[in-house]
Ligand binder design. Structure first.
Ligand SMILES: [Zn+2]
Length: 348
């Protein structure tokens, strides 16, 4: 098998599509992943890398990348956009988060190994042929099956490594979630070599959801406007919230969970969040808000066990309000969390 030499250096106004060979399987069939490149007529730099499906069952980001390549006009684009809509093609084929044979989490093995397992080789080619050639990137993910959270970028720190918050704010969500990451994660390993890659969580695994796809697409356009790749103003909420911890409510019985609120709702202390009903005994368990809080996420797959998380909540003292990100190419927009909490008489 001849290894393709990936050339991302296309002509002004050119769109190119190709595949990268990573390794071969037991029957000799190749493992490849697809890529698209487009270079605008207004300039070659910067290079933005967009990728999705590092976890093979996370689908919304694939459609976000399709939309960028369908809708961004080469006349308007300053720079190069590289899209890898499905990185983990084996896991995608298996409708699974990871390749079921190799069983390694691709987002824990970056920068990969040239002579490693299938997953490590995919990581190696993606990291060396794509990530290292980009100025910055957006790595599109979703929550795991059942974990439907509000759209948010996930900033990760590790052993003193802390990326610039600005890239995360530039996608224009109300929320940015910050937590301690792990070795081998793409945004950690790329960030350590000076390439900011924003992990952007949009929706839930195994479904295509138009609200989350649209939010992801608008987030990419905000980022491109913020960094001058497209004309126009990035829409950034006047108040963005940096969240470093959330509270999880669990079901105390097994059965079917019926949510009564949606991600993004503001609720008052004691409000009903959902009910679990046992199909065996008819018993009911009512999940109620422990305090005034914001619904970060709600379980979207109904079958639960005793102890399964059914709601992810932010109590208002856990969020840090960031100062406004005012720049000449930013248009400040209102923040739904603030408007809703004010309407309910809840103080942030
Ligand atoms: Zn993921």
């Amino acid at each position: 098998m001849v290894e393709e030499n990936v050339d991302l250096d296309v002509e002004a106004g050119e769109v190119k599509k190709g595949v990268v060979f990573c390794t071969e399987l037991e029957d000799g069939s190749p493992v490849v992943f697809p890529y698209f490149v487009m270079r605008g007529l207004k300039g070659k730099k910067p290079v933005l890398l967009l990728n999705a499906a590092i976890h093979g069952d996370e689908l919304n980001g694939i459609e976000v990348i399709n939309r960028v390549f369908e809708e961004v006009k080469l006349d308007d684009l300053c720079g190069t956009v590289v899209g890898v809509p499905v990185v983990n093609t084996l896991a995608f084929r298996a409708r699974s988060r990871v390749d079921p044979i190799d069983d390694k989490n691709l987002n824990r093995v970056f920068p990969g190994k040239k002579n490693g397992t299938v997953t490590e080789r995919i990581a190696y080619h993606f990291f060396n042929d794509f990530v290292k050639k980009a100025d910055f990137g957006i790595d599109l993910h979703t929550g795991m099956k059942g974990h439907l959270l509000v759209p948010h970028p996930r900033l990760r720190t590790l052993n003193g490594f802390k990326p610039s918050l600005e890239h995360y704010r530039a996608v224009g969500t109300e929320f940015i979630f910050q937590n301690e990451g792990e070795k081998g994660m793409l945004n950690i390993e790329a960030g350590k070599i000076g390439i900011p890659v924003v992990c952007f969580e949009i929706g839930v695994a195994s479904v295509l959801d138009e609200y989350y796809i649209d939010t992801g697409f608008r987030g990419v356009l905000n980022f491109m406007r913020f960094y001058g790749m497209l004309d126009g103003e990035a829409e950034i909420p006047r108040q963005q919230v940096l969240l470093s911890d959330y509270h999880e409510e669990i079901s105390q019985i097994g059965g079917l969970f019926y949510p009564k609120v949606k991600p993004g709702d503001v609720v008052s202390k004691g409000q009903l969040l959902g009910v679990t009903k046992s199909p065996y005994t008819g018993e009911k368990y009512f999940v109620k808000a422990p305090d005034d809080c914001y619904i970060v996420g709600i379980r979207s797959q109904p079958v639960v066990r005793q102890g399964t998380t059914v709601a992810w909540l932010m109590t208002f003292e856990k969020g840090d309000i960031l100062p406004p990100l005012s720049r000449k190419n930013v248009r400040m927009v209102s923040s739904k969390i603030f408007d809703d909490s004010k309407n309910k008489g809840i103080r942030f």
